[in-house]
Design a protein around this ligand. Structure first.
Ligand SMILES: NC(=O)c1ccc[n+]([C@@H]2O[C@H](COP(=O)([O-])OP(=O)(O)OC[C@H]3O[C@@H](n4cnc5c(N)ncnc54)[C@H](O)[C@@H]3O)[C@@H](O)[C@H]2O)c1
Length: 401
């Protein structure tokens, strides 16, 4: 079902120049790990390719979600056409996704360059129709069931949306001659790795949740589609993304929301567990760089390149919300990875990617967005089950049975 009946123009709109790593935000990535150096790492990768700079029509799957809506906004801003497909499931409050789409429609209301479809990427008829009607030459595949813990409770929906959905899209992309297929993988694939810094050449054959396994499966299938049909495919392993319009099931949103409202937060473990939190603008930058550079087959980490402990994280949220956190300490959760930190060298070398937003600055901006959105009632307090990431939509698998 189409949400928006805007007809599409075929007017050639030149894209802005490719992203410049020295632009905007402050340069900030903390010191690189001593064990790895950019110079020692770069020798093992191929030479970077020149970015494609012309007009693009990009199919953005999951474009109503957190990362997809930000990428769509960036692409529209620079002059590309965007076709969104999203099933608008209620894994978290659907009103947030509706707002993301409304925001895009508002910002580009006079434009005919945005088209939005509502549906499941596994729906064969719908997706075939979209490829036939829209003929996107570039695919940015962000749609997926996200979340580690819910995947342990209901693995089937992850197999459906993530593995079947990605396979279906690659099948169509190969058939319709897509120039570059970029998809979201996850740092979760590193599972129980004992490494301090995760690099792409690490063997990741031990995923510790169905979610992680589904992302690893997508990476494997992506190679197969590249091998069989010469489809250019790039998988991006995101490291915990946060920022304005962030997902309410994730720790950054939950902590900011609950600490602001004086509601107890759960701290899993002793607070020493560490994550590489990546601000949304840095992720968008990396995604767009990957879209513009059609490598035959590549997997990249996209993260900040330095970790923040849970304890420091909570302290930072207290600082910017100006509220004291009420903390309940809980045992570590099954499926959780104790330490994730991204080795960003490969993306630096081949994509020219470099994160720019410090954790403190990212939290400051996110709290500022939260206060504004909360005051305007753009976000309402979700039932705690949903805010915990346990709310879930009836999956297509269930509907069909
Ligand atoms: N946010 C993070 O920190 C993070 C970290 C690692 C990987 N990722 C990956 O990045 C991508 C985007 O994540 P996000 O945080 O924006 O999540 P999100 O849940 O906000 O966005 C995903 C969107 O995909 C849609 N979707 C899910 N299944 C679908 C289907 N079968 N058909 C059509 N639409 C479907 C959902 O309705 C949702 O709007 C996902 O692939 C996720 O696994 C995210």
């Amino acid at each position: 079902m189409k949400l928006n009946s805007n007809s599409l123009t075929q007017v050639e709109v030149p894209s802005l120049r490719p992203l410049d790593s020295s632009s905007d935000d402050e340069s900030s990535r903390s010191s690189n790990p001593e064990s790895l150096s950019y110079e020692s790492e770069t020798s093992k990768w191929c030479a970077p390719i020149e970015p494609h700079v012309g007009y693009k029509k990009v199919l953005v799957t999951g474009g109503a979600g957190f990362i997809g809506s930000h990428v769509a906004e960036y692409l529209l801003q620079r002059g590309d056409d965007v076709v969104i497909i999203d099933e608008m499931n209620d894994y978290y409050d659907v009103r947030i996704k509706e707002l993301n789409l409304a925001n895009l429609r508002l910002k580009f209301k006079d434009e005919k360059r945005l088209k939005i479809y509502r549906g499941d990427i596994c729906d064969e008829n719908l997706m075939l129709q979209i490829f036939e009607d829209e003929r996107p030459e570039w695919v940015c595949h962000m749609a997926a069931r996200a979340g580690v813990r819910p995947s342990i409770q209901d693995p089937y929906v992850y197999i459906h949306s993530n593995i079947k959905g990605t396979t279906h899209l690659m099948e169509l992309s190969a058939r319709f001659g897509v120039k570059n297929f970029v998809f979201a993988s996850s740092s979760s694939v590193y599972g129980g790795s004992k490494s301090t810094f995760f690099s792409e050449d690490e063997v990741v054959d031990n995923p510790v949740s169905p979610y992680a396994a589904s992302k690893k499966a997508c990476e494997l299938l992506a190679y197969t589609y590249h091998h069989l049909y010469q489809l250019n495919v790039t998988g991006l392993r995101f490291f915990t993304v946060y920022g304005p319009r962030g997902r309410p099931d994730m720790a950054p949103f939950k902590f900011i929301d609950r600490i602001s409202r004086g509601v107890e937060i759960q701290q899993f473990g002793d607070g020493s567990s560490s994550r590489d939190y990546t601000f949304i603008s840095d992720i968008v930058d990396g995604v767009v760089r990957a879209i513009d550079r059609p490598y035959p087959y590549q997997i990249f980490n996209l993260g900040k390149g330095s970790g923040t402990s849970l304890k420091d994280f909570i302290d930072m949220v207290q600082k910017y919300t100006e509220k004291e956190a009420i903390i309940r300490v809980m045992p570590d959760q099954p499926g959780d990875v104790p330490y994730t930190c991204c080795s960003p060298y490969k993306a630096e070398h081949l994509l020219g990617y470099k994160s720019k937003v410090t954790f403190e600055e990212g939290i400051r901006r996110t709290v500022s967005w939260y206060k504004d959105a909360y005051d305007k009632h753009d976000i309402e307090v979700c039932p705690e089950t949903q805010a915990n990431g346990l709310g879930r939509a009836p999956s297509m698998v269930e509907l069909r049975n």
